[in-house]
Design a protein around this ligand. Structure first.
Ligand code: ZN
Length: 372
């Protein structure tokens, strides 16, 4: 299940201090880079928008079952506004669905299409939040939330706001719109305007203790089936200066072995059919080259199609039982549709925007082929 998305053990204390029912209108989550603050912020946003009352008030976490949670995961929640620099756009849930064909209402995705299309290919993505992004996002904010509850605006990292945007944000915070919560994330609080800081509740996020970080890294590597000796893990952790997520990514991405492991893991996950845990799968494999992942994905789906149509397996003969089981429950028309989605993904992949969310999106679609 996806219950603990975004929650790392070193944030347990911080999480326990959050009161979902009584949030200040603006919060700054700050701490060093690479420890998972952004994931935490997403988790918090999702919990705030979750519409399952028990999970919200008592368990204090998103239920991951209700319509709102589903919309959040697929990037379609109308009351969630995520504002990040272009080079981090792939971290947002709504980015994932853009390439896929779910073309429903996405009012907030209108950002300067024409420009984007012409220069996306050769222009380096911005690592700053742009003025337009903030202006556009804050423009519609005085209307009532679509779902009638509250709207959540997530900005990360706020120290990359240019002066004009910082002032726009400041004005908004001075007269906060009703039912709107701001979750602001910062790696460098000292670079945030004092006037903004003073209007927010500040939550300092700790980096994990070394032991905690090491244990977590060992577990992550084990889950991904990657073998790395302890001294190497310790070295990477200390080289990362405590940025434990960066250390994890490096360790997982390092070496050929990681790659083969990722492909095996993908196959293993696909064989779970409807029970696939798309979140943890994507998490474990997204460092592998997207082209390799797509080839594996395509072969698996080609085998499923082939079994349904002719009873034959072309690629993964050693996975005969799993394939046959999956082919039995996959809905033929959905499987055929999904095949086309995969082919489209191959074209998108040339844009080099292969990412965790893109993989998540594909895995979610894959899970759908087992459902009516
Ligand atoms: Zn929910």
């Amino acid at each position: 299940m996806t219950i603990n998305q975004g929650l790392y053990p070193w944030f347990n204390q911080a999480w326990s201090e959050i009161n979902l029912g009584n949030m200040p209108h603006a919060t700054i989550i700050h701490g060093q880079t690479g420890i998972g603050k952004f994931d935490f912020a997403l988790h918090l946003a999702k919990a705030l928008l979750c519409e399952s009352p028990e999970s919200n008030q008592e368990l204090k976490k998103p239920c991951c079952q209700c319509e709102a949670c589903h919309w959040f995961d697929t990037g379609n929640h109308p009351d969630f506004l995520g504002i990040v620099p272009e080079d981090q756009a792939t971290l947002l849930p709504h980015f994932a669905m853009e390439g896929a064909d779910g073309s429903e209402d996405k009012p907030r995705k209108s950002k300067k299409k024409a420009d984007d299309e012409t220069d996306k290919a050769d222009k380096k993505l911005s690592s700053f939040i742009k003025v337009d992004q903030v202006r556009e996002a804050l423009e519609g904010i005085n209307t009532a939330p679509h779902r009638g509850r509250q709207r959540v605006v997530l900005l990360n990292p706020i120290e990359t706001l240019q002066a004009v945007s910082a002032n726009t944000l400041l004005k908004t915070l001075e007269e906060p719109p009703e039912s709107t919560l701001f979750i602001l994330v910062s790696d460098r609080l000292d670079r945030v305007l004092p006037t903004i800081r003073s209007r927010c509740r500040l939550l300092a996020f700790p980096r994990p203790q070394t032991d905690e970080a090491l244990n977590w890294l060992k577990q992550e590597l084990m889950n991904a089936g990657v073998k790395v000796d302890l001294p190497t893990i310790e070295l990477k952790l200390s080289q990362s200066g405590g940025a434990v997520l960066d250390a994890r990514d490096e360790l997982l991405g390092s070496g050929e072995e990681g790659n083969t492991v990722a492909l095996d893991l993908l196959l293993q996950s696909l064989s779970n059919g409807e029970q696939i845990n798309w979140l943890s799968t994507a998490e474990s494999i997204f460092k592998a080259p997207m082209s390799d992942l797509l080839v594996t994905f395509e072969r698996w789906v080609a085998d499923l199609l082939s079994i349904q149509q002719t009873g034959q397996i072309r690629f993964y003969l050693t996975k005969k039982n799993d394939l046959e089981r999956c082919a039995k429950t996959a809905r033929p028309n959905k499987l055929a549709d999904f095949w086309r989605v995969l082919l489209d993904a191959r074209r998108v992949e040339l844009h080099a925007l292969a990412t965790r969310v893109q993989i998540e999106s594909l895995l979610i679609r894959y899970q759908e082929i087992y459902k009516d």
